[in-house]
Design a protein around this ligand. Structure first.
Ligand code: FES
Length: 483
């Protein structure tokens, strides 16, 4: 996977995970987990502890997808959500949702202690800040109704304009790659083993077939379109993070309320500052890192950017992940996706819930996360995403006119008109031209250029491709390279 020079998370810079071998031949197992991110590794760990033989199939390297890009806050404080959840879902569902996530926080602490994992765990309080005092007070009250140890704090330690913050005590933060590496050592993990097709209980990979009693899809975005229709029930969003040196130290971890909200946490000598979120495929103007760095200079004069990177999140219409059976007609398939911005706690909720479903153990949270729930909130999203799709997935041949290629600035990408239709073009700093087909191979939406990351991004379901056309993120399963 290729990235723009200089874009690498602080986790990648501070932990190199040892490579594992690929599958070599056909195997049988009780459970196969597709995807070696946090959710996949935790699910395999919980199943193995319960005595269920489990293998993990990872297309590239464990932790190499969204896990390496998280801010790695482990918290049940998912924004200012308590009051909204009570209003939309009812108090009991809201209570179960928050309790499942608080259980997840405690389970991380327990595993790290029991397995003696050196992953820079820090127990700290989580805060949501806002300029709206009334909203904060209502949220504090609602959190209390749901059984959370919450308080309203007028003063907070970060230099933002606000009326205060809601504080949840005893949450946690850690180094996600150090954690995942330690856990994976206890498991059977095959890297460089992409699942290409799944039929019933059989997974086809280029390195052999896997027969599994149960199959867990923990691939961030499920890559099988039918059944399940997850592509029509979620969209993806991107956000950006910079690690700041010489910015002081924070005791807590913070997130703002609203569109322009920023995220803060400490790791080692760095403050991780996040923000500038947008729907994937909607960053035509670019400038996200520049604006984040400008904000850093304003908030922490004299600080220096030591790393910058971006993350991608799957968003469901009702803000609750899909965890459980993949679809009614596939009884042996399970799924964990739609973690919003809360990948760490949601990954652990998934692991515990999927373990219990497979082991036949009652779990009080099963219904809350059940993927078969249908929400009226999904309808507008279905219509919007459907409207974005265009027809015609046949491979197309383009010729970019010489004058068009010459007019493009170095280091820039653009969609250009050709006599055969639209094509994507990128000119490197050295003047080399790369052209791609901008019809997304997933379901045919038109890709857009993301100047901050020099990628082609899909506004429908969030697939991404580098400027050469190589696949970076699904649900698409192939690249858009134009020979
Ligand atoms: Fe679905 Fe592009 S059409 S990701």
């Amino acid at each position: 996977m290729e990235s723009v020079t200089g874009i690498e998370s602080i986790w990648n810079k501070t932990c190199k995970i040892e490579r594992k071998s690929a599958l070599n031949g056909d195997i049988k197992t009780d459970v196969a987990v597709i995807g070696g991110g946090m959710a996949g590794i935790l699910t395999a760990y919980q199943l193995e502890r319960a005595g269920v033989h489990t293998v993990v199939l990872e297309a590239e390297q464990i932790g190499g997808g969204q896990t390496k890009n998280t801010t790695a806050k482990i918290t049940c404080q998912h924004g200012l959500f308590c009051r909204t959840f009570i209003e939309k879902k009812g108090k009991e569902t809201a209570r179960l949702y928050v309790q499942a996530n608080q259980d997840a926080v405690e389970e991380y602490k327990r595993i790290i202690c029991q397995e003696q994992i050196d992953c820079d765990l820090r127990v700290s309080d989580a805060y949501v800040y806002s300029r709206d005092k009334e909203k904060l007070e209502q949220e504090t009250e609602a959190a209390g109704e749901l059984g959370i140890n919450a308080s309203f704090e007028k003063q907070i330690e970060i230099p933002v304009e606000c009326a205060g913050a809601v504080r949840f005590r005893d949450q946690a933060e850690f180094h996600p790659l150090k954690f995942i590496e330690a856990l994976a050592k206890k498991l059977t993990v095959y890297e460089d083993t992409p699942a290409k097709e799944v039929e019933g209980n059989r997974i086809m990979t280029p390195c052999g077939k896997v027969m599994a009693g149960k199959i867990v899809f923990a691939t961030h975005f499920p890559f099988i379109n039918f059944p399940g229709l997850y592509f029509a029930r979620m969209h993806q969003e991107r956000s950006y993070v910079i690690a700041l040196e010489n910015a002081g130290r924070l005791n807590g971890m913070y997130i703002g309320d609203g569109e322009e909200a920023l995220s803060f946490r400490q790791y080692d000598r760095y403050i991780l500052l996040g923000g500038q979120g947008h729907r994937t495929g909607e960053n035509r103007e670019g400038g996200r890192y520049i604006r984040l760095k400008e904000k850093a200079a304003e908030l922490y004069p004299g600080s220096r950017t030591a790393a910058c990177w971006s993350a991608q999140d799957c968003i469901t219409a009702d803000s609750i992940p899909f965890i459980g059976g993949y679809a009614g007609d596939c009884p042996d398939w399970l799924v964990a996706t739609g973690f919003q911005k809360w990948g760490m706690s949601s990954a652990m909720v998934s692991a515990l819930l999927i373990r219990d479903i497979i082991c036949g153990t009652a779990n009080p949270y099963e219904k809350v996360f059940d993927p078969s729930r249908f929400s009226a909130e999904e309808i507008p999203q279905l219509i919007k995403d459907g409207g974005n799709a265009v027809k015609g997935l046949a491979k197309r041949i383009f010729h970019i006119p010489d004058e068009t290629a010459a007019a493009l600035e170095r280091g820039h990408g653009a969609v250009v008109e050709t006599s055969q239709g639209k094509a994507g073009v990128y000119k490197t700093e050295e003047g080399e031209i790369f052209q791609v087909d901008i019809v997304c191979p997933h379901l045919g939406c038109e890709l857009t250029w993301n100047p901050d990351e020099r990628t082609w991004d899909c506004p429908c379901h969030g697939s991404r491709f580098d400027y050469r056309g190589n696949l970076l993120e699904g649900p698409a399963q192939e690249g858009i390279r134009h020979e």
